[in-house]
Design a protein around this ligand. Structure first.
Ligand code: SAM
Length: 270
């Protein structure tokens, strides 16, 4: 598939105003084009949500199941649906980019269960995962979410990143705009150890591997990684095979072909 003329024009318009961003965006385009060279596709033992819920409840304790019953979770889902229906027609992203209900529930219940002080996320779009993390942090009464997103060029992409996130939850949120390649490392250095990482940005092998390699040393023992769209390359599988991973599961998302992965780092370093 080629690159459309309008995309090339939008890209060139960045060259004079922000050469560093031009380089990052060009690198991303080339990276996607070359992703056919990635290592072989992963083969996962895919589970349904009920079985993953059961396994996580056994591993993390009954708080996980209880979190899924909370009224705040149901209320947030319906609020976000209403807000999506009110999305202006000029909005830049297709709704298919949105995190599905399973990814959203997973983020909410993990945050309620592990009570993280610091959460990092790449890939915000309208903010389904961000809103669920922030709602759970609010219920916990502590914690902060640090997100990174590179909005699409043109079409006011900037104005719509996190558009769904309720105003009253934003006090626990820091959102940085740019590629995870450029911003994630410095952000992790700045905030120190994190307890949960959510990957939902550029799903190439190179980008996912780079994010996981940056995050792993900064992830607390017992910390969790949730990754969306892990089916396209082996980055999540390679991470899950590490000796210091205590738990991992791969779940089929709802109404999408995508797979989400969740893994837990061992609680103690040997
Ligand atoms: C699948 S969407 C995220 C969906 C979101 N987590 C949700 O639950 O609704 C992917 C997002 O990643 C952003 N993105 C793409 N490449 C990126 C990169 N290299 N670094 C940071 N963000 C990127 C896109 O702009 C888009 O907003």
């Amino acid at each position: 598939m080629g690159i459309s003329d309008s995309k090339i024009i939008r890209l060139l318009s960045v060259l004079s105003s922000n050469p560093a961003e031009f380089l990052e965006r060009s690198r991303m385009i080339v990276g996607v084009k070359l992703s056919f060279l990635d290592p072989a596709k992963p083969v996962y033992a895919i589970a349904g949500w009920e079985s993953v819920e059961e396994r996580l409840s056994k591993f993390c304790g009954c708080g996980f199941k209880a979190a899924l019953e909370e009224v705040e979770l149901t209320a947030l889902a319906s609020r976000l649906r209403q807000r999506m229906n009110a999305l202006p027609s000029a909005a830049p992203f297709g709704a298919f980019h949105n995190g599905d209900a399973i990814l959203a529930k997973l983020c909410y219940a993990v945050v309620r269960t592990i009570q993280p002080k610091k959460v990092a996320e790449t890939g915000v779009c309208y903010g389904v995962t961000s809103a669920h993390v922030l709602m759970a942090l609010e219920r916990n009464g502590e914690g902060h979410l640090y997100s990174v997103d590179l909005p699409p060029l043109g079409k006011n992409g900037d104005d719509y990143v996190g558009w769904l996130v309720p105003e009253e939850l934003r006090n626990r949120w820091t959102l940085r705009k740019g590629t995870s390649r450029r911003l994630l490392g410095p952000m992790l250095k700045e905030v120190g150890n994190i307890d949960l990482f959510i990957h939902d940005s550029l799903h190439t092998y190179k980008n996912m591997k780079m994010e996981f390699q940056l995050v792993w040393p900064e992830l607390s023992p017992g910390g969790v990684i949730i990754a969306d769209d892990i089916e396209g390359n082996a980055a999540f599988q390679e991470l899950a095979m590490r000796g210091d991973v205590a738990f991992h599961a791969v779940v089929q998302e709802q109404g999408k072909k995508s797979l989400a992965g969740v893994l837990i780092k061992t609680a103690q370093h040997e």
